[in-house]
Design a protein around this ligand. Structure first.
Ligand SMILES: [Cu+2]
Length: 183
């Protein structure tokens, strides 16, 4: 009987661990200690190398660490990103450090609009995936067809968190029922 009573406790711990791991949004400081700057070591490959080892999920946050009026963060279409055309951004954040919530899946394109900075390597593209499902294809379609909302604004309610919460409630109910039956 004592062994049986321990089972729910283990389940609760495991469920909590799994749920918090799934829901918890991560902050990523772009470029690590280098921050968000022009002429990063390695040039144009610096930020793509930084991003290559990481997995970005919806509701994670990119932190662009830079001094206001030294750099900025423009969100660009893929075409403008590829050509470093920073004159027509989807969105522009001029105040650093800037926090950008990754509010959808798919590709995000960032660059600094200060003269020459994008061409010197201050540009970053990432692919955001949905942690609640197996790897989903990036959002297809024309770049800029779904521009992200203003960074810092309300992000949409995380559906994965909601379904996990429901699943967790069901699990808790089951465990409580088990405990009642055992005692
Ligand atoms: Cu810059």
């Amino acid at each position: 009987m004592a062994k049986l009573a321990n089972v729910p406790a283990i389940l609760v711990v495991a469920a909590f661990a799994a749920i918090f791991h799934s829901i918890e949004a991560e902050d990523f400081t772009v470029g690590g200690n280098t921050g968000w700057t022009n002429n990063p070591s390695g040039g144009a490959s610096f930020y793509s190398s930084w991003a290559a080892d990481l997995t970005f999920n919806v509701n994670d946050v990119l932190v662009f660490d830079f001094a206001t009026q030294r750099h900025d963060v423009a969100i660009l279409t893929q075409a403008n990103f590829d050509s470093c055309n920073v004159n027509d951004p989807i969105d522009l954040i001029a105040t650093g450090p800037a926090r950008v919530t990754l509010n959808r899946t798919g590709e995000f394109y960032f660059a600094c609009t200060f003269s020459g900075h994008c061409n010197s390597g201050q540009k970053l593209s990432i692919n955001v995936t949905d942690s609640s499902s197996s790897p989903s294809p990036p959002v297809a379609g024309s770049p800029g067809s779904s521009p992200p909302s203003t960074p810092g604004g309300e992000s949409p309610p995380p559906s994965s968190a909601t379904s996990l919460a429901i699943a967790f409630s069901l699990l808790l109910a089951t465990i409580c029922l088990n405990l009642l039956l055992h005692f």
